[in-house]
Ligand binder design. Structure first.
Ligand code: DGL
Length: 273
């Protein structure tokens, strides 16, 4: 049987925060990371565009042999995953699988809240999809979910402004809006893979004793469980401790910024779509 790397996809750099945790937990596998930097951010784009771009990138990872692709992007998971799983896979790659980051988070989050009020911070695309409230209701029907779209946060991160006074301004504004919907929120999901870079600033503007959920560890734990439950997929994943990075934009620019997200130097190659 042919064995190939696991594909990890994000609109740009954010998925590197997820890849970092996956590699920590599952270092034995090979990975191919693809960032669609040439067309990011996805968060403010239409459903049709996000679906089209995501599907194109998933196909690229399939062409590279990946038997399993993780959409390490909430926006793509919210807007494209269901269509890809239900309509496209059967036509393009019936034996391959695509998973997202929203389901693993929602399966867990209801166990962490005491007040039953959960906040979700995400891109406009993720929030308008209502994916988090819909998915959380399946597992925890009594939990109330309050959402806030933070359209400025990804540009702040992508433009290396995450430590600036400007970042404080927008983060405080969005957190205040979230808590104006409910002052009982005790658990907040960082529903965008870029946001872990803003975590210190977010904590600074939160009330005390809030559970702040980053997805990296949750997604890597759930991936590990998935591979155990699905030996037919696991057996197609190669194990050579190797990671390749691809970006649809300039590899030089990607490498310069990626280490902030990944925590170590990254050497990428350009991929033309
Ligand atoms: N990192 C992506 C997410 O998790 C969003 C970035 C973007 O808007 O492209 O939603």
């Amino acid at each position: 049987m042919n064995k190939n790397p696991i594909g990890i996809f994000d609109s740009g750099y954010g998925g590197l925060t997820v890849l970092k945790e996956i590699v920590k937990q599952l270092p034995q596998y090979d990975y191919i990371y693809l960032g669609d930097n040439a067309r990011s951010p996805y968060g403010t784009r239409s459903f049709e565009t996000i679906y089209e771009y995501t599907l194109e990138c998933v196909k690229q990872l399939f062409d590279k042999g990946c038997p399993l692709v993780i959409l390490a992007c909430n926006t793509a998971s919210a807007k494209a995953l269901r269509n890809i799983q239900q309509k496209d896979l059967i036509k393009i790659a019936p034996n391959k699988r695509v998973l997202g980051v929203i389901r693993p988070t929602t399966e867990l989050v209801g166990k962490l809240t005491k007040t039953g009020h959960i906040g979700v911070l995400g891109t406009s695309g993720t929030v308008s999809s209502n994916s988090y409230p819909i998915e959380i209701a399946k597992f925890f029907p009594d939990v109330k979910v309050f959402q806030e779209a933070c359209p400025m946060w990804v540009p702040l991160v992508e433009n290396n402004e995450f430590n600036s006074i400007g970042a404080d301004y927008f983060i405080k504004q969005n957190i205040d809006h979230l808590f104006s919907q409910s002052n009982k929120i005790d658990t907040i999901i960082l529903g965008c893979t870029h946001y872990p870079l803003l975590i210190e600033k977010i904590k600074k503007h939160l009330p005390p004793n809030i559970n702040l959920i980053s997805q990296g560890e949750i997604v890597s734990g759930k991936l590990s469980e998935y591979l155990t439950r699905h030996p037919e997929i696991e057996q197609q994943c190669s194990k050579g401790n190797n990671i390749e990075f691809f970006t649809t934009d300039s590899a030089e620019n990607f490498d310069a910024a990626a280490s902030i997200f990944y925590g170590e130097a990254v050497h990428s190659k350009h991929l033309s779509l």
